[in-house]
Write a protein that binds this ligand. Structure first.
Ligand code: MN
Length: 341
């Protein structure tokens, strides 16, 4: 689905115009996400593959799950597995997904909902399609983003935020050529007199926006100069940055410094993708050493070893009794691909 599905878009608040002397960001790199299969079998694009972690900071990893039309019996999820030291953000664009964790968090998300899990000091969780979707099959499309936690917050208590689609902030560009769903962070003008704030509460200051840009339209989005800026193409074709670097489905653009992110929809789109759909991400870099292996993201290799030891000893939580579906298989740790491996 596009970023905004409300019937009357004329009443939506508008994205503020960039300041008169705004610096529009230039494109630093464009990379193409390789396609792979998640351990349990759903098709994913590894959005950040081949990009230096320093350019991504505070983000670590992002998977585009689907878009896929499942046959009956085909939908797959993960087994119970651990995390420590970061946050997982799952934005479901089409379809339905269930989450449960060892800290009591959980719920079902669908069409435009987001679940935001802070693993902090450690949690076990499971992510899977609900039973009825397994039986019926159907459309499935979503994103999972990993956001790092600063050293001082790697040991916070786990937290689960259930962000419903109708809690997102919906905006239109000044000429209504683009529609935006603000999931986290703020969109403001230079004087901060206009503030549109998404519902996600984040430890690391960041913003996450889904935008649908019509063919031929230009989005000039004011963006905090202390944030980095990444534009990932969910579907469609267009260009990004003041330099107009061409991008298409499955490509990530890393932009340089400035205070505006520019995204243009190509005039000609494929018929199956009538507009350009992008996710725009930015955050304040944490700028600390990263030791990332499998499901754990710490500052040192010793801390990662401790995380594996704590997981083996059951110190990252226990699978809730009513949800036990067997022991956590060892292979699940390998299923969580380490982008650096
Ligand atoms: Mn997980």
């Amino acid at each position: 689905m596009p970023a905004v599905t409300v019937e009357d878009t004329t009443t939506l608040p508008r994205v503020p115009l960039p300041a008169p002397r705004t610096v529009r960001r230039r494109t630093r790199s464009v990379t193409t996400a390789p396609s792979a299969y998640e351990g349990e079998g759903f098709p994913v694009r590894r959005a950040f593959a081949g990009v230096d972690l320093r350019a991504l900071d505070p983000f670590l990893h992002m998977d585009q799950m689907g878009e896929v039309e499942y046959a009956p019996g085909e939908p797959k999820g993960t087994s119970w597995h651990p995390h420590r030291g970061f946050e997982t953000v799952t934005y479901l664009i089409d379809g339905t997904f269930e989450h449960a964790d060892s800290h009591g968090g959980g719920g079902t998300i669908s069409n435009g909902d987001t679940q935001w899990m802070t693993a902090g000091g450690g949690v076990l969780h499971i992510e899977r399609p609900p039973e009825e979707l397994v039986v019926s099959g159907g459309l499935f499309h979503g994103l999972q983003l990993w956001v790092n936690l600063p050293r001082a917050q790697k040991w916070v208590e786990p937290r689960y935020q259930d962000l419903r689609a109708d809690a997102s902030v919906l905006l239109a560009s000044p000429d209504a050529g683009a529609f935006l769903r603000v999931i986290a962070g703020e969109i403001t003008d230079a004087g901060r007199s206009v503030v549109h704030r998404g519902p996600g509460s984040t430890y690391t200051p960041m913003a996450m926006v889904h935008a649908t840009v019509s063919p031929g339209a230009t989005l000039d989005l004011p963006w905090r100069p202390d944030f980095n800026a990444l534009v990932y193409v969910l579907s469609g074709a267009g260009s990004v940055g003041i330099d107009g670097a061409p991008v298409r489905t499955g490509q990530l653009a890393v932009l340089g410094p400035g205070d505006t992110v520019t995204v243009r929809g190509a005039v000609h789109q494929e018929s199956r993708t009538p507009a350009l759909d992008v996710v725009i991400l930015g955050g304040r870099p944490i700028d600390e050493p990263i030791a990332m292996y499998g499901p754990f993201v710490m500052n040192t290799a010793d801390e990662v070893r401790d995380a594996f030891a704590d997981f083996s000893a059951g110190r990252l939580g226990a699978i809730p009794a009513q949800r036990v579906s067997g022991p956590v298989p060892h292979g699940d740790l390998r299923g969580q691909t380490d982008p650096d491996a």
